[in-house]
Design a protein around this ligand. Sequence first.
Ligand SMILES: NC(=O)c1ccc[n+]([C@@H]2O[C@H](COP(=O)([O-])OP(=O)(O)OC[C@H]3O[C@@H](n4cnc5c(N)ncnc54)[C@H](O)[C@@H]3O)[C@@H](O)[C@H]2O)c1
Length: 370
Amino acid sequence: MTEMTDGVLHTLFRSEQGGHEQVVLCQDRASGLKAVIAIHSTALGPALGGTRFHAYASDEEAVLDALNLSRGMSYKNALAGLDLGGGKAVIIGDPDVLKSEELLLAYGRFVESLGGRYVTACDVGTYVADMDVVARETRWATGRSPENGGAGDSSVLTAFGVFQGMRASAQHLWGDPTLRGRKVAVAGVGKVGHYLVEHLLEDGAEVVITDVREESLRRVLDKHPQVTAVADTDALIRTEGLDIYAPCALGGALNDESVPALTAKVVCGAANNQLAHPGVEKDLADRGILYAPDYVVNAGGVIQVADELRGFDFDRCKAKATKIFDTTLEIFARAKADGIPPAAAADRIAEQRMADARAAKAAKGSAPAL
Ligand SMILES: NC(=O)c1ccc[n+]([C@@H]2O[C@H](COP(=O)([O-])OP(=O)(O)OC[C@H]3O[C@@H](n4cnc5c(N)ncnc54)[C@H](O)[C@@H]3O)[C@@H](O)[C@H]2O)c1
């Protein structure tokens, strides 16, 4: 057994991070499909999580990614208040080379074979158009286009949810949810970031942005000349007088270099996996910086794809995404009460919700028949 294979089995069966219910390895030689579907938990309901299409360095790395990502989805879905568990799939290979209709259809048949235990959606390397193809073979594909019964672009609600997380942060720290007069830095004004800027300006905040793509910057600056742009993220996080920093580009934004340099008092943004490694959440707390956990505040997108299962309704989704305000406040209160960073408090609350659901199921299962 290689060290890596042992690492996979360790994660799966022996580590505290494990506890996955089921891992399915899928292969369709005709189309070149090699996929891993990981179901971490169905305690709260069918396991929902996107399909990542990526050229992994090895098959073991792909399995580990599926294991880690699916676990993250259990926590995210639990805190979003969804009656859905956590799962994730990865398709192994370069999507630019390997992706074909035949492959996506074969993948759809594997998803269907799980009978609804796993519900898929878009992730890195898969798009709304791909889910439309997958959905030809399975009922259990969300993130489809509106023409195919889907909800389309999820970034509108993701931005709205992040805004709710920021309002909760302001309420916790300054006793008032308004962002009027607050100086907010947004790193990455792509699909989510540019909608977030709209909410902030509407609420009366002062906004500073950066982006590596000129088109992304121009779209915001042409529409809102009052917004200031700075050269890069390094300059952004050091901007004087910042109240809030919103990472809305890539993961790992909070690391050993950036955290000591932050001038903001709050971090709340859309990017996934902002904490570069375990321990960064404590570094933030030690500097007195309030961190709104990424997977809690960016749940607007998953709330939207989950709603597709019932027939998408924007207002219903928006009402659910508004609750991110209350959830974020609850996390800050729990963090204070338990003397732990908010990221750890969020995990505890999610674990409690899953444990309660498991206990309720067990009690129902063991109740005498009437
Ligand atoms: N779209 C959603 O519904 C959704 C849901 C949950 C989480 N997220 C996460 O939010 C983040 C943003 O998602 P998106 O859909 O807006 O993506 P996007 O690709 O549309 O936007 C990202 C923006 O960040 C910019 N960028 C990339 N590297 C940068 C850097 N080093 N410095 C500054 N800017 C940089 C890009 O040029 C782009 O404009 C991602 O981490 C994503 O995983 C998105």
